[in-house]
Design a protein around this ligand. Sequence first.
Ligand SMILES: [Zn+2]
Length: 207
Amino acid sequence: MTGPGINGPAAGEGPSGGMDRFTVDAQGWMRGVRHVPSPNYDARPPGAAIELIVVHSISLPAGRFGTEDVERLFTNRLDTAQPGYGDLAGLKVSAHLFIRRDGEVVQFVPFAARAWHAGVSRWQGRERVNDFSVGIELEGTDRGPFEDSQYRALIDVTRALAMVYPAVDSERLCGHSDIAPGRKTDPGPFFDWARYRAALAAASDPE
Ligand SMILES: [Zn+2]
């Protein structure tokens, strides 16, 4: 079940608690997070609904956490003349949300718009996954685990999204590697899908 049931009396007892800390306004901005508007988006196709959450991971420089460089990349302010960043020159990318290691959530693009996070992609036979998805980047790598604070934030923002976009449920969560196999590997083998799905399934249980 999704929709109103997700806000049932038991929902606040879910694994992460505090589910009301995030809400989504009419323009598709999440309240309770930091907003850093990115120019890297365009309109979703007419009639497109938000039906899927795509989980990514990223760190810049690779494997280093706590820098400002992901925010710079997503807002076209990264100095790509720095060593190691040559591949990023001219790239126009973004995500809707970025969750830092301490659980802080940053929003770059309103959910109503199409963020440029997935690239060439396919989900259940449908191309151009950016059209109908929300992209969430976790600060991290393929080579190590994510933080509890990141799971708590991810679960809470996903619950808030499911409240306003009822097609999103525990089955409509995937990784970038699932929709761009052979091209992308994130969020990688350390991401705990069972934990994420179970928390979402529990939240949407009408009992
Ligand atoms: Zn990705």
